[in-house]
Design a protein around this ligand. Structure first.
Ligand SMILES: Cc1cc2nc3c(=O)[nH]c(=O)nc-3n(C[C@H](O)[C@H](O)[C@H](O)COP(=O)(O)OP(=O)(O)OC[C@H]3O[C@@H](n4cnc5c(N)ncnc54)[C@H](O)[C@@H]3O)c2cc1C
Length: 609
């Protein structure tokens, strides 16, 4: 290797230590292969730790009418039928076993009076389905997987950033990373690689995502030749904090609405009753009293419209704000304090059910949610699109490369239901680990050349060279990153239009040119400016893919809303958008027909309508 670069060799290399990466690493280790796990932050600090409301699994503990068929139908309806139906089927069938497995590994859950795992209501789920621990479920998931995982014999490399996948022909055979503290490069050789790098919300100005969510895995996979799927579908969660400015975008869990929280405009009106989509009318209450009973577990009541899917709720909030009926800081009000009209000791009940939300608002906004409504607005939350994978194996189109969790695409279609991500991580993390281990056992190590390592290293260090020559045309990475985030928020955000997306694509050309000249100063040890310069390439790549796919889809569906095409187009329900890198380095989109669904699954959907 060039410069005597430190090299590690594994059978399976997992990039990312969130729920998906940890679950994949556990599975691969259990299969008896040598596993390395890399993460940008410290172990236990991945974005999954921020998940609040719970993980969806049709265990039927609170309502015994629930089963995999209902969960499958809910996921497909929520995703507006462009989901990978095989993934939706596997997810609905396997999530309960994966949750019970966590319980066996020591995870603590809230319990029903008879000792079963408690399940709560969430938007788009017909029955109470989310296994949870208060509003700190992600922390418990990560803690359990981490505790279990470190006893499986895997090697963890913390605070390492992967900057390139290494290839032997099309096959992925390792990765080049650097240690964020010291800036030293490392080569990780592997027979199989699993990408589990999480989301990409940092491409937008207002986001609930942690600093890690810069879309690295999606971009690394694309650069290596993997296909991306349905990048236009970005979820804008309806309830993020909006005031004060220092907390803008931080998530307010859907659990607040699941526990009875209501949305009101500045006139005090519950505006969600004004617009209930046809395909949800049969499941949604038109009477607030019935909606309240639903949140309190009445099996005969229908859900309140606040618990409709996130895409719809976010757009209704947007509509109220645009019509001048918003709150003082440009959002609407979310009120859980009103439940004191309904139950004794409401303040204690809220603190018990939503402890993190209570502390979050007291500490960050000086507001007591047991007494006052919160001011909230939509925040960029989740990427339904990402790396295209095989539904059973999580294999990409590149031999040796697998992907799982938020960086992979398919399960959620055009819109993810809350709680379906944590269950996605454990179901498909397990599958990715299993099939990556199998691939590693069936294949010998590939070859990594010194030249490709040196080239990737040179590219990563280029911003320092420009800094050393500092002169005309160079700028730091932060302003370029900020300008990109503002542009994506304004032009490819919740409501999209052809002329604005075209402007965004033009803007991306200019931003790419600026990024190519970005300079950093100092040296590679402890240098956050350098890290940002490296992230820029990923942010620009995924932003281009999002804008290109958003321009191509001339209809409104799920997280993708076109003001110029506000309706769903039945013909567009028949394809997925696949993006790949061309030989000349350009990005190309093609529409690919969704494979026909087996009759048995079609029947499930019909039955659940
Ligand atoms: C505030 C909040 C609350 C949420 N609540 C819920 C909920 O209640 N229920 C639910 O289902 N979903 C929820 N979600 C969504 C869910 O938390 C995420 O989709 C999920 O945790 C993503 O997990 P992951 O394993 O795919 O990736 P992450 O947990 O994001 O982990 C990514 C890992 O990849 C590493 N990584 C990234 N890039 C690189 C690189 N270049 N080199 C090396 N390592 C890298 C990171 O360091 C990290 O370890 C919530 C999201 C947010 C923001």
């Amino acid at each position: 290797m060039p410069n005597n670069i430190e090299t590690h060799e594994y059978d399976v290399l997992v990039i990312g230590a969130g729920g998906a990466g940890l679950r994949a690493a556990i599975e691969a280790s259990a299969a008896g292969v040598k596993v390395g796990l890399i993460c940008k932050s410290l172990l236990g600090k991945a974005h999954t730790v921020m998940a609040e409301g719970g993980m969806a699994a049709a265990m039927g503990n609170v309502d015994d009418r629930d089963n995999w068929r209902v969960h499958f139908a809910d996921t497909m309806r929520g995703g507006q039928y462009v989901n990978n139906w095989r993934m939706a089927e596997l997810h609905a069938k396997e999530a309960p076993a994966r949750v019970h497995e966590l319980e066996a590994w020591g995870a603590v859950f809230d319990r029903t009076p008879d000792g079963k795992i408690l399940q709560r209501n969430f938007g788009g789920h017909r029955y109470p389905r989310l296994a949870h621990v208060g509003d700190r479920t992600g922390l418990e998931l990560i803690r359990t997987l981490q505790d279990h995982g470190i006893h499986q014999g895997m090697t963890v490399h913390m605070e390492q950033t992967v900057v390139a996948l290494l290839q032997d022909g099309p096959r992925v055979v390792g990765a080049l990373g650097y240690d964020r503290e010291r800036g030293r490069f490392r080569v990780f050789k592997a027979k199989a690689v699993v990408l589990a790098t999480g989301g990409l919300g940092r491409a937008y100005r207002i986001t609930s995502n942690s600093w890690e969510g810069t879309g690295d895995g999606v971009s690394l996979a694309y650069q290596a030749g993997a296909e991306l799927l349905d990048m236009e579908f970005i979820q804008f969660h309806p309830t993020g904090m909006i005031w004060p400015p220092s907390v803008m975008g931080i998530l307010v869990t859907e659990g607040v609405r699941g526990e009875g929280g209501v949305l009101r405009n500045k006139d005090g009106k519950r505006f969600m009753y004004d617009d209930i989509p046809d395909n949800y009318k049969s499941q949604t209450s038109t009477d607030p009293e019935e909606g309240w009973r639903y949140t309190q577990g009445d099996k005969n009541a229908k859900r309140p419209p606040e618990l409709l899917t996130r895409d719809h709720v976010a757009r209704c909030i947007n509509r109220e704000v645009k019509a001048g009926r918003g709150s003082p800081h440009g959002g609407v009000f979310l009120d859980i304090s009103w439940i004191k009209e309904k139950i004794p000791n409401a303040a204690e009940h809220i603190k018990k059910k939503l402890p993190s939300m209570y502390h979050q608002f007291i500490q960050l906004a000086n507001l007591d949610i047991t007494k006052e409504p919160m001011e909230i607005g939509p925040t960029t939350h989740y990427a339904m699109g990402g790396i295209r994978v095989n539904g059973d194996t999580q294999a990409t189109n590149l031999p040796g490369l697998f992907a799982a969790g938020e960086c992979a695409a398919g399960l959620h279609g055009a819109n993810r239901l809350g709680g379906n991500s944590l269950s996605d991580l454990i179901v498909f993390g397990q599958r990715a680990g299993e099939y990556a281990a199998k691939f590693a056992k069936e294949n010998s190590a590939g070859k990594i050349t010194d030249e490709q390592v040196a080239a990737a290293q040179r590219e990563a260090l280029e911003p320092f060279n420009r800094g050393a020559q500092a002169g005309a045309g160079t700028e730091g990475p932060y302003q370029v990153q900020h300008d990109l985030q503002v542009m994506m928020q304004d032009l490819v955000g919740i409501v999209r239009r052809e002329d604005e997306i075209v402007r965004a694509l033009d803007g991306l050309v200019k931003l790419k040119a600026r990024a190519a000249k970005v300079a950093v100063y100092g040296h590679c040890e402890y240098n956050p400016g350098w890290h940002t310069a490296i992230d820029l390439k990923h942010l620009l790549t995924i932003s281009e893919a999002i804008a290109m796919a958003a321009l191509d889809r001339k209809e409104s569906r799920g997280g993708h809303f076109r003001e110029d095409f506000p309706d769903k187009d039945p013909a567009s329900a028949k394809y997925n958008a696949v993006i790949s890198k061309q030989a000349d380095g350009s990005m190309k989109l093609r529409r690919e027909p969704i494979p026909p669904m087996p009759d048995a699954l079609k029947q499930v959907i019909e039955e659940m309508k």
